[in-house]
Design a protein around this ligand. Structure first.
Ligand SMILES: CC(C)(COP(=O)(O)OP(=O)(O)OC[C@H]1O[C@@H](n2cnc3c(N)ncnc32)[C@H](O)[C@@H]1OP(=O)(O)O)[C@@H](O)C(=O)NCCC(=O)NCCS
Length: 326
């Protein structure tokens, strides 16, 4: 199989750290030193996860020269769907694109979501069941941020990225993957209310319980362990080592997490793609957006071994080893 098309969409509005510092007691220096983030994008009021996803998807379909009518499957990785419960955002995207033949479903593994969706979509192509699969990671994460909570609101941003998967008789595609979850850490990073456990009520709104809560240090410890571990495990499953990595695209949560992992993996920093300083953590969108930019800047060469690795709420993680087409 191959990734025959890729696309991204970032909302136009840039919010620098200095603007966040007008809302909460923080500073550009603190945010840059602890996270590497300088600015993030904020969706316009009329934009939604669906509209971001559609923009990224159209770019990916154009690149692949695939007509929406020919799509077999639309997978949308997101934790900020247009509607909290139903319908799936993927159905909205499928309709907006004009893809009447396509099955459509959301996948929520939060920041690992795109890796889960990429591994899943690849199975349909590998088995021959589907020929044109669209995999999207899209988030309007800033709508679940508490702009009074400096421990979380400095970290996240909005965006979308998409890829088109197609069969090919050339070698390449998904070489191996690792997907994992540890629900014991569910409350390290979560939104308490709005689901069946704590339905929306006047109290839940007054308690600001519809916003993200995070135990930052716990998540940091988890991320710095699981990112290198899952990369090594996925490479081993492909009978490879870190020496075989041509490009490493980690989830763009935080420069310190990426630096920790890269040090533990002994991977040359020049092989690691990062854009976290410009977009912050865009959750499920971070890896496909980073992949697009790594391709655009020439890092992903024909035949390259590209390792994509995500981690996040769940807790969850996932790594894909992908052989880029020649
Ligand atoms: C969030 C994170 C940057 C905080 O950095 P940290 O070094 O762990 O900081 P701590 O939480 O220990 O807080 C240190 C101090 O900074 C303060 N602080 C927290 N956020 C702050 C902010 N935005 N600005 C200024 N000070 C802040 C804390 O209140 C604390 O003050 P105190 O020592 O007076 O109590 C870090 O824990 C992290 O990156 N965690 C992973 C988060 C993540 O990536 N989540 C998504 C994964 S998909």
């Amino acid at each position: 199989m191959r990734i025959s098309g890729w696309g991204k969409y970032l909302p136009a509005r840039v919010m620098p750290n200095s603007e966040v510092a007008e809302l909460v007691d923080t500073s550009d220096e603190w945010i840059r030193a602890r996270t590497g983030i300088r600015e993030r994008r904020i969706a316009a009021p009329e934009e939604t996860t669906c509209s971001l996803a559609v923009n990224a998807a159209r770019a990916a379909l154009d690149k692949a020269q695939v007509a929406p009518e020919d799509l077999d499957l639309v997978l949308v990785a997101t934790c900020t769907p247009d509607y909290a419960n139903m319908p799936a955002t993927a159905s909205l995207v499928q309709h907006a694109l004009g893809a009447p033949r396509a099955a459509a479903v959301d996948m929520n593994a939060v920041c690992s979501g795109f890796i889960y969706a990429l591994a899943t979509g690849s199975q349909f192509v590998a088995t021959g069941a589907y020929k044109n699969v669209l995999v999207i990671g899209a988030e309007v994460f800033t709508r679940i941020l508490d702009w009074q909570d400096r421990s979380t609101c400095v970290l996240f941003g909005d965006g979308a990225g998409a890829v088109v998967l197609q069969p090919t008789n050339q070698p390449g595609g998904l070489i191996s993957f690792v997907l994992g979850s540890d629900g014991a850490g569910a409350c390290s990073l979560y939104v308490p209310a709005g689901g069946s456990r704590q339905p929306a009520s006047a109290d839940s709104v007054a308690d600001r319980a519809h916003y993200v809560k995070m135990l930052g240090r716990d998540v940091f410890r988890f991320a710095t362990r699981v990112l290198p571990d899952s990369v090594v495990e996925a490479l081993a499953a492909a009978s490879m080592t870190t020496d075989d990595i041509d490009v490493l695209i980690p989830h763009q949560a935080n420069t310190r997490i990426i630096d920790h992992a890269v040090k533990r993996l002994h991977v040359d920093a020049s092989l690691v793609f990062s854009n976290v300083e410009r977009y912050g953590n865009t959750s499920a969108a971070s890896i496909p957006v980073a992949l697009c930019e790594a391709i655009e800047c020439g890092m992903v060469r024909p035949g390259a071994t590209v390792v994509l690795s995500g981690f996040g709420a769940g807790l969850s993680w996932g790594t894909v080893v992908w052989k880029w087409h020649a």
